[in-house]
Design a protein around this ligand. Structure first.
Ligand SMILES: Cc1ncc(COP(=O)(O)O)c(C=O)c1O
Length: 353
């Protein structure tokens, strides 16, 4: 059987959730959108079901998958609903719904609902992606209250740069949120992972941890005690020696400077390992640090075994996990851990509880 697999450590997931909740100090919605950042939403939600205060997904279908799998905790739709039918479904399945623009607000006002909703009213405090601005926030809040279709309102915002402690924009967003929501009743929710770890001033009633649950520190370099949840691994399936001057793989990008033992590994960009990484990207082979050499192909990649004489066919290769932080691979690929984790596919998933 092809040895490419993603090992998911559910105990690490619970550890990270507890850490988020403790650091933030109040309730926390575990963000499990995008199939739990590629880790398997149903398995992750079940692993957290005993302790998570609730979950957040992007849209209705993601929530319905969790409900169908028996998840009864609150689930928030971060994008809200797209039409009146979805709104009815959200009521039926007792989902919490973000309202971030005028059309959604009007939909609530004009659609008859079987039961009042818990609405999360989104404030655009400076990210300028979604949400109501300035005086429109209080106006939207009033209209929701007046609609008679709302049982509770949580006021929320989202930070654009909370992972950059030195920039002023998070403090500015905080002030903007405070000004727009002053005097409005309702719980508050501001903090994503980076703000949970780095912005105590942003801690309110609800945290919304995403990436930190999966053990990728949004502020790498800090010792936050997160545990990686996914180990992406495979094995060496063939070994060959190439001479100094020989080129390796597509485009002949890597040219050996010395006699080089090359390990061929069953993992490629079709599995979600990024093609954009350069020679030298870290891997771990049977627990020993080594490097990727040559371009990543669709199903295979090549690693340097020259200084690992004991390594050979069958040697375990960690692409990311506890030894190779996914953040390092992401940096090498010119992207973020979020994207790498979400993109893992085709490999076998195994869960350890
Ligand atoms: C509104 C909202 N809250 C929370 C999160 C979780 O963010 P993070 O994964 O950075 O913790 C996201 C993710 O994109 C989001 O869109």
């Amino acid at each position: 059987m092809r040895p490419a697999r993603a090992l998911i450590d559910l105990a690490a997931l619970r550890h990270n959730y507890r850490l988020a909740r403790t650091r933030h100090g109040t309730s926390a919605l575990a963000v499990v959108k995008a199939n739990a950042y590629g880790h398997g939403a149903v398995r992750c939600a079940h692993a957290l079901a005993g302790e998570a205060d609730g979950f957040a997904v992007a849209f209705l279908d993601e929530a319905l998958e969790l409900r169908a799998a028996g998840i009864t905790a609150p689930i928030l739709l971060l994008e809200g609903v797209f039409d009146a039918l979805e709104l009815a479904d959200a009521v039926r399945h007792e989902l919490w719904v973000v309202v971030h623009h005028e059309a959604q607000l009007r939909m609530i006002e004009t659609t008859p609902l079987a039961m009042p909703l818990h609405i999360w009213l989104k404030v655009n405090s400076g990210m300028n992606r979604a949400g109501f601005v300035g005086a429109d926030v209080a106006a939207a809040w009033q209209r929701l209250q007046a609609s008679g279709k709302v049982r509770e309102i949580t006021l929320m915002t989202h930070f654009a740069r909370a992972d950059e402690p030195q920039v002023v924009s998070t403090a500015e967003q905080l002030e903007c949120f405070e000004a727009a929501t002053r005097g409005l009743a309702g719980t508050r929710s501001l903090a994503n992972s980076a703000a949970i770890l780095g912005w105590p001033r942003a801690h309110r009633d609800w945290a919304r941890p995403g990436i930190l649950l999966y053990g990728a520190d949004p502020m790498p370099g800090e010792a936050n005690g997160l545990q990686p949840v996914m180990r992406l691994e495979s094995a060496v399936m063939a070994v060959r020696e190439i001479e100094a001057g020989d080129a390796l793989g597509y485009g002949g990008r890597f040219v050996a400077e010395r006699r080089t033992r090359v390990g061929l590994v069953a993992m490629g960009y079709a599995d979600g390992y990024p093609r954009s990484v350069p020679d030298g990207t870290p891997v771990a082979i049977d627990g020993q640090p080594s490097r990727l050499i040559g371009r990543v192909s669709m199903d295979m990649l090549t690693v340097d075994l020259t200084d690992l004489p004991a390594a050979g066919i069958g040697s375990r290769v960690e692409l990311w996990g506890r030894q190779v932080p996914v953040n390092r691979v992401a940096a090498a690929a010119g992207t973020i851990a979020y994207e790498l984790l979400c993109n893992v596919k085709r490999v076998r998933f195994s869960y350890q509880d």
